[in-house]
Design a protein around this ligand. Structure first.
Ligand SMILES: Nc1ncnc2c1ncn2[C@@H]1O[C@H](COP(=O)(O)OP(=O)(O)OP(=O)(O)O)[C@@H](O)[C@H]1O
Ligand SMILES: [Mg+2]
Length: 470
């Protein structure tokens, strides 16, 4: 590693990331599909506004070039940094990190990275990193069912179902969009079962290079392939316990067929070995792609789906259980109040309205980050619109991502409009619509708007809306 004055020239750049002074990712662009198999900047939506250490959990904060760069206020050059991203993918990169400074204050940092990953050369390093990380391999199951917060009837049924199935050894398939709580369910199932004192082994299937997948899953014998060692696979590691295969739809199809065989006869054979070994492993698999869609798209074998999905849990996205929103808001406000010694009381009515109209593509995780981020800016009272992350306000201004209503289609926005005035316009429009539908009946209009009569009265006087001639 070098400091100011030692910066080397990079002949090309594969990725750019910008973080703010709190470590939140405000911009990320990956030019090289190798860096990101989902395609150029394919992960943008998933990682934006997350803390960069959450996206790259294997980076030790003490060694982080981003943190050092901001602490010193100086550019940093790192010749080689090996780490894992939030999907568990191994990345080896050369980096230049430059501080963003305004009026002598460090506002954030920009990192330019060149991908120097060569999977074939890194078999042993890969295995070392895998074993070091709690994201993969023998992790601990941290959650129990009481950690799962919900008042939605479907989700409560899921919890009840999961408690019952925890007792059996049948495989389980958990489906839910990103951030819906799959991990919470899988950990809780393990902790609620007789296997709770036995290994809990986690592998994100999207993280494994195809060439190593089979040996990691089933183990290998020395000489089975170049560089192969006598090593047990994940099945043997998990013997007696639970093997959590996350993003199962990223497992190569030929291996899905082999997995199916293990599920059927309970035996594994190390690569290069001539004998099977019996294992007692409970498989829990998760996917954030709708299983039938994954089958249609050739990502998931139908026969494996039928075997895995004998017991399946479908976790609802947050937009389909809006009654949970305030539970999470209060829970996360309390959490960060305690953690950061604050005394935030709640969210303003406007924020509440926004939260209820937003689609939450990142689900509970996104809501948690929004509360965490906003509580940093709130002054011990309520979280208001001005405290929300910029990306959220921008999305809402654009009309809630792709499928929400587009404000421009509905309202004439003047140059002087800002988010508060736009929200006021929407409120006025909604109130007028409700009054028209209710023929001027305030109680009915309030119930259409799902607010109390008193609140509607308050808003009518605030916006000077006349009710008489409807
Ligand atoms: N029902 C819930 N109650 C409390 N917290 C929740 C709940 N669901 C999700 N969370 C919070 O959201 C975070 C993300 O949840 P989790 O890791 O289980 O998502 P996931 O479905 O596995 O997402 P991904 O597909 O991205 O891995 C959790 O760490 C937790 O803080
Ligand atoms: Mg997960």
């Amino acid at each position: 590693m070098g400091n100011k004055g030692e910066i080397k020239e990079m002949d090309y750049v594969d990725a750019i990331m910008v973080i703010d002074r709190n470590g939140r990712i405000v911009y990320s662009l990956r030019f090289n599909p190798r860096f990101d198999k989902d395609g150029c900047d394919g992960d943008f939506e998933n990682i934006i506004n997350k803390h960069f250490l959450e996206v790259y959990p294997s980076i030790n904060p003490k060694d982080s070039s981003m943190i050092k760069c901001m602490e010193k206020g100086e550019s940093i050059y790192i010749k080689q940094q090996m780490f894992k991203d939030y999907k568990g993918r191994i990345i080896n990169s050369e980096n230049i990190t430059i501080p963003i400074i305004k009026s002598g204050k460090v506002l954030g940092a920009i990192e330019l990275s060149k991908d120097i990953t060569k999977v074939e050369e890194n078999v042993s390093t890969f295995l070392d990193i895998r074993n070091d990380s709690q994201n993969t391999s023998n992790a601990s199951a941290n959650y129990v069912f009481s950690d799962i917060i919900t008042c939605n009837a479907d989700m409560i049924r899921n919890i009840e179902k999961a408690k019952i199935i925890a007792a059996s050894s049948s495989p389980v398939l958990v489906y839910g969009e990103t951030g819906t709580g799959k991990e919470l369910f899988v950990h809780s199932i393990h902790n609620h079962s007789d296997r709770k004192r036995k290994p809990f082994v986690v592998q994100n299937c999207a993280a494994l290079p195809e060439t190593l997948f089979e040996s990691i899953l089933f183990g290998s014998t020395r000489g089975a392939f170049t560089g192969a060692l006598d090593k047990q696979g994940l099945f043997e590691e998990a013997d007696g316990g639970t093997l959590f295969l996350d993003e199962i739809n990223s497992m190569p199809l030929n291996l899905q067929a082999k997995l199916l065989r293990v599920l059927q006869d309970g035996k594994v054979r190390r690569l290069g070995a001539n004998k099977d070994k019996e294992v007692d492993v409970r498989i829990v698999a998760a996917t954030n792609v709708e299983p039938t869609k994954a089958i249609e798209q050739g990502q998931l074998r139908e026969d494996l789906f039928y075997r895995l999905g004998i017991i399946s849990l479908r976790l609802l996205p947050l937009r389909k259980r809006k009654e949970d929103i305030m539970l999470y808001v209060n829970h996360f406000i309390n959490l960060y109040n305690e953690k950061d010694k604050r005394n935030i009381q709640g969210i303003s009515d406007e924020v509440k309205n926004l939260f209820f109209s937003y689609d939450w593509p990142g689900n509970v995780r996104e809501l948690q980050h929004v509360i965490e981020c906003s509580s940093n800016f709130s002054d011990n009272d309520a979280i208001e619109i001005k405290h929300l992350p910029v990306y959220l306000c921008e999305k809402l201004e654009r009309g809630n991502g792709n499928n929400g209503p587009c404000l421009n289609d509905r309202l004439d926005l003047g140059e002087k409009d800002n988010l508060d005035s736009i929200i006021e316009k929407i409120e006025i429009e909604m109130i007028n619509k409700a009054l028209e539908s209710s023929g001027g009946n305030i109680s009915k209009a309030a119930s259409l708007l799902k607010i109390t009569r008193q609140r509607l009265h308050y808003k009518l006087s605030k916006y000077n809306i006349n009710v008489k001639y409807r």
